[in-house]
Design a binder for this molecule. Structure first.
Ligand code: IPD
Ligand code: CA
Ligand code: CA
Length: 277
């Protein structure tokens, strides 16, 4: 089975897709939260010795895949832990079972289940048009959803990204990759951003960071080396709240994501772009 466009069915209502994303994210969130009552075993490390994956990440993704197979049997799935499974509908679910695994392992609250659905157009997941998404943070109970053309919501309340502040008074979210070489480059970029802004927050879940931008709890966010599953749902929350999400520099995971109100995205991009070309 392939994601061939000729096999595409009528696109379902984005609001319905957002409901499905939210329902499955909450179910996976329950599994993740309940797992904290036992001891969490680190199953492996990934890109480097500090990049953790637990048995709970794997179990949560398995639950999400099982539920999506029941609810949306002809759609594909791209998930962090198990990779790509083709579908026949032309839609693909982009899944991070735990975004912020380091926080999860340390008992810090900023981690989330991130589930988005997109049209699988072309080989580049960063270019897939997003239809709906949900980010659920089991430790705090917060849930953000978005549906294409239908807005972004936090607990049923519609989100509108606030008017931008000046860069010098902006609270800026960011994050870091797991390898030494990438972090050296990120530290150089941080060295140029930090002196020019109110302050920096590295909260530990890019999906949550993007939703906080949509809520105005962070003014703007940037990060290099995100994967599609880190940002798909959160990016739609930002754009449906009236913000913009730009990609700078190289293609694919080498690129830099910048999200927020347009003037702040432009101001941050002007600093970051020359450093990441
Ligand atoms: C990570 C988180 C973190 C970001 C990293 C991601 P993971 O995801 O989103 O905030 O800075 O780049 O890899 O590994 O916890 O799923
Ligand atoms: Ca992630
Ligand atoms: Ca993850």
């Amino acid at each position: 089975m392939t994601d061939a466009p000729h096999a595409q069915e009528t696109t379902p209502d984005p609001t319905e897709l957002a409901r499905t994303a939210e329902q499955v994210a909450r179910e996976a969130g329950d599994l993740v939260r309940d797992a904290l009552r036992g001891s969490v075993t680190v199953a492996a490390t990934k890109s480097s010795g500090v990049d953790l994956v637990t048995e709970v990440d794997e179990a949560a993704e398995a639950l999400i895949r099982r539920r999506l197979a029941e609810l949306r049997p002809t759609d594909g799935v791209l998930g962090e832990e198990e990779g790509r499974q083709e579908g026949s509908s032309g839609l693909v679910w982009v899944v991070d079972p735990i975004d912020g695994t380091t926080n999860f392992v340390y008992g810090l609250p900023s981690y989330s289940v991130s589930i988005a659905v997109a049209r699988s157009q072309g080989p580049d997941p960063f270019g897939w048009p997003l239809l709906a998404g949900a980010v659920h943070a089991p430790a705090t109970g917060e849930t953000w959803t978005a549906a294409l053309g239908q807005g972004a919501f936090a607990e049923g309340e519609r989100l509108t990204i606030p008017e931008p502040v000046a860069l010098g008074t902006a609270l800026v979210g960011t994050g870091f990759a797991y390898t030494e070489q990438r972090r050296r480059g990120q530290a150089r970029v941080l060295g140029e951003v930090l002196p020019r802004v109110r302050d920096i927050r590295r909260l530990g879940s890019a999906a949550v960071d993007l939703c906080l931008v949509a809520e105005g709890k962070l003014d703007v966010f940037y990060e290099q080396y995100l994967n599609p599953w880190d940002m798909a749902a959160g990016a739609l929350v930002v754009t449906e709240a009236g913000g913009v999400v730009e990609r700078l520099g190289r293609d694919g995971t080498e690129g830099v994501t910048v999200a927020g109100p347009r003037p702040l995205v432009e101001a941050v991009s002007a600093i970051v772009r020359p450093l990441v070309g």
